[in-house]
Design a protein around this ligand. Structure first.
Ligand code: ATP
Ligand code: MG
Length: 292
């Protein structure tokens, strides 16, 4: 099974994670805008090569999960990290408020249908983690979920963590490499980004009054994130809490973590055996002679 690569942003597997240890600002770790861009570009070039091998090898799906508060930069990070990657080998799925059909199933159903195929990179822009984040902050949403009566409300979240851990372990055992990124934006930086959505005409479309209302639940969200990350970071499905107040740093860090994780798999192009090689020689002779 895949094993997480180490990083200062890796969420420990022993439930010791605290938000107070997760910086939103990179501080001294930031090598500066220019270096971040350069390193991100280098990582993306390598990712493109790795994806080619991954696709040819065709055994392992890669699942990248992105969770964040609004305006943390999920879309921009996904775009930046996946630019230059062959679109055939990559699938992005965004999960918003569930539809009536989705609510008619268990909470892992809708994302399971979108899991990447072997050899592909699947990106979840939000995911089943919303079920222990937004739904935890707004327990009234549970009313629409037609859950069985016997789950005592006090145990629901713990049960969901267990379901998620079991689900991810199952996927990992079957070859999926799972990396989960929480883009950790500060409340103040979110405020400034919302303001720029109001001030800059080309960003107006991104503004949503609902997002400002959700901001009012900031502390409840942070508590939910802390518990969710603490309960579900595992060596085969690690969480990384990425400082998100500085976009170039965030994008570089995510790109480098993805590349380092794929590099660790040490994937190779499929090897051609002796019999096949002999057939190649036959085919070459036919093609060269013009008989084929
Ligand atoms: P963007 O704003 O960049 O387009 P987004 O992911 O914020 O992207 P929105 O349509 O603004 O998309 O918001 C989607 C909303 O759906 C979020 O507030 C999210 O919390 C909510 N959501 C996602 N999954 C669930 C769920 N399972 N139950 C309830 N709400 C959910
Ligand atoms: Mg939104």
């Amino acid at each position: 099974m895949f094993q997480a690569i180490d990083s200062p942003y890796l969420v420990p597997f022993d439930s010791s994670f605290r938000l107070t240890n997760a910086p939103a600002d990179p501080g001294d770790a930031d090598p500066g805008k220019k270096t971040c861009r350069k390193r991100r570009k280098a990582a993306i070039e390598r990712l493109s090569e790795l994806q080619d091998i991954l696709y040819a090898h065709d055994h392992q799906p890669i699942l990248l999960v992105f969770q964040a508060m609004d305006a943390a930069g999920k879309d921009g990070t996904i775009k930046a990290v996946m630019s230059g990657v062959n679109p055939t080998g990559c699938q992005v799925s965004s999960f918003k408020q569930p539809s009536a059909e989705e609510l008619d199933h268990d909470f892992l159903w809708r994302t399971t249908r979108r899991l990447p195929e072997r050899g592909r990179i699947g990106i979840f822009n939000r995911s089943y983690y919303e079920e222990v984040l937004v739904v935890r902050v707004h327990p009234e949403y549970l009313g629409g979920q037609n859950l069985p009566d016997e789950v005592p409300p006090g145990e629901l979240w713990q049960q969901r963590f267990e379901s998620i851990n079991a689900h991810e372990e199952h996927l990992a055992r079957n070859g999926t490499v799972i990396l989960k990124f929480w883009l950790n934006v500060s409340r103040e930086e979110q405020r400034l980004r919302f303001l720029s959505r109001l001030d800059e005409p080309e960003k107006n479309w991104k503004f949503s009054a609902g997002d400002v209302r959700e901001r009012g639940h900031w502390d409840a969200y942070m508590q939910a994130y802390e518990e969710a990350l603490r309960a579900t970071s595992r060596p085969w499905a690690p969480w990384y809490a990425i400082p998100a107040d500085d976009k170039p740093f965030m994008r570089m860090t995510v790109a480098e973590l993805v590349v380092a994780s794929l590099d660790r798999l040490d994937l190779q192009y499929p090897k051609v055996d002796e019999t096949e090689r002999a057939r190649f020689d036959e085919m070459r002779a036919l093609l060269e002679s013009g008989e084929a």
